[in-house]
Design a binder for this molecule. Structure first.
Ligand SMILES: Cc1cc2nc3c(=O)[nH]c(=O)nc-3n(C[C@H](O)[C@H](O)[C@H](O)COP(=O)(O)O)c2cc1C
Length: 415
């Protein structure tokens, strides 16, 4: 998948030469990943000097990996990962919203020992940083999800595997060396969903994460533009029928997809959620909740947990950041089930803000994909290390020793 890139790279550089992107003095981040509200205050050491880091340990923060991934990964694949949709308003707002929240640190607390551990469904994890499900990781590195699993194992993180993974749930579980969570794209067919659920159960997954926010097509403009400058022929590796797409997604192996016209679950309703809950011994977590109304319905329908997520700004583009809706979801749930959150989390302070606002844990997507494309497993480990280190520092600075001590009083709106 990652071979023969020199021509596409040349074409891409030609494209860049004529692009307004070059007028931007910072790193080539199509997605505007860094918050844009403030100008760079440090003119003597700008984040982008044109030099790419050479090894994971050179990274000062997670953003350092994005331009390396941009160099290593074919334009179409990089574009697929970086893309939000439409004008990418939500993509930017996911990051900018953190700037509108300020921490209220407490002083004179002994924080010489800090434990950022999280407990979820009776299992204790060393940190609340969770690997979000992302499809087709072999588009970024030949070891794909296996490299992510090895990193999760080495750094002892909870991993959620996508239905659309390029490696099966059985193989990733083996590599991880302990149970992982399985993310379910239900598809329009109960039979297909049920077969996927049975596969996850057989692999020993304790939790199924039902993604409910991919019910329509999407205009991934960044992806489509970068695909145009990728000289490789997509059809050499990809088939665009449902059955053809599924052939590169081993979780569908052996499942009859002949009657399926689409993979989008446009027909999902609360009936499906109840049927799923009643058909499995796994805990059911619903991913993609953005309102108090739906959070309440999750509880009423026997769901075990929710993930506040806008799919990394890949659902709709109305500019709603997940950190801004987290409090209404937490309030609606009222402590009855855990609330996780994702979309735009890059810094330890982002995580502390979410935990203070009531999240039990935080999932990360693109940061581990950047670094997977940049350096493979060792890079994923480094991202997890950087985020954990930043989290602990932010906790210490706030005067908290465990995430249980974080309350909404540690956060205020910026004036
Ligand atoms: C390239 C890519 C693929 C994704 N694939 C899936 C998927 O298969 N299933 C799913 O539920 N979410 C998927 N997501 C969404 C992530 O689980 C997560 O919600 C999102 O990446 C978090 O935002 P962040 O990338 O800003 O951290 C994907 C996201 C990206 C960037």
């Amino acid at each position: 998948m990652l071979v023969d890139q020199s021509t596409s790279r040349r074409n891409f550089l030609k494209f860049l030469a004529g692009s307004p992107l070059l007028a931007y003095a910072g790193r080539p981040s199509f997605a505007g990943e860094t918050p844009s509200r403030f100008p760079d205050p440090m003119i003597w050491a700008p984040p982008s000097t044109g030099e790419l880091i050479k090894s994971p340990k050179d990274a000062i923060n997670v953003f350092d990996f994005e331009p390396v991934a941009f160099k290593n990964v074919p334009p179409a694949h990089f574009g697929y990962m970086a893309s939000g949709i439409d004008d990418e308003v939500t993509l930017r707002v996911n990051r900018e919203a953190f700037n509108r929240l300020v921490l209220r640190p407490r002083r004179l607390v002994d924080v010489s020992t800090v434990d950022p551990a999280m407990e979820l469904f009776g299992v204790k994890w060393e940190t609340p940083i969770i690997i979000a499900p992302t499809g087709g990781n072999r588009a970024f590195h030949e070891d794909g999800e296996l490299a992510v699993a090895r990193a999760a194992k080495a750094r002892r993180h909870l991993q959620i595997l996508s239905t659309s993974a390029s490696t099966s749930v059985d193989d990733v579980t083996k590599e991880r060396g302990m149970p992982i969570w399985f993310q379910l794209y239900a598809s329009p067919s109960w039979e297909v969903a049920n077969a996927l659920v049975r596969r996850a159960e057989a692999a020993g997954c304790p939790v199924v994460v039902l993604t409910v926010d991919r019910v329509a097509g999407r205009n991934q403009e960044t992806f489509f533009r970068l695909r145009r400058v990728d000289s490789r022929e997509c059809t050499n590796c990809h088939e665009f029928t449902i059955q053809g797409r599924a052939r590169t997604r081993p979780n569908y192996d052996g499942i009859d997809l002949s009657a399926m016209k689409s993979m989008e679950s446009s027909n999902l309703t609360w009936d499906f959620v109840r049927r799923l809950r009643d058909s499995t011994r796994m805990k059911v977590v619903v991913k993609g909740i953005l309102t108090a109304e739906d959070a309440k319905l999750c509880v009423e329908n026997g769901v075990d947990g929710v993930i506040v997520s806008n799919h990394g700004a890949r659902g709709e583009d109305s500019g709603g950041a997940t950190i801004d809706v987290l409090p209404e979801v937490v309030q609606a749930v009222g402590g009855r089930i855990p609330v996780l959150v994702d979309s735009g989390f890059r810094r330890g302070t982002d995580i502390v803000k979410a935990l203070a606002l009531g999240a039990s844990g935080v999932c990360i997507g693109r940061p581990y994909l950047w670094v997977l494309g940049a350096f493979g497993q060792a890079g994923v480990e480094r991202v997890l290390e950087l985020m954990r280190t930043e989290l602990v520092v932010a906790m210490k600075q706030c005067g908290v020793r465990s995430i249980g001590e974080l309350t909404p009083a540690f956060v205020r709106r910026a004036t």
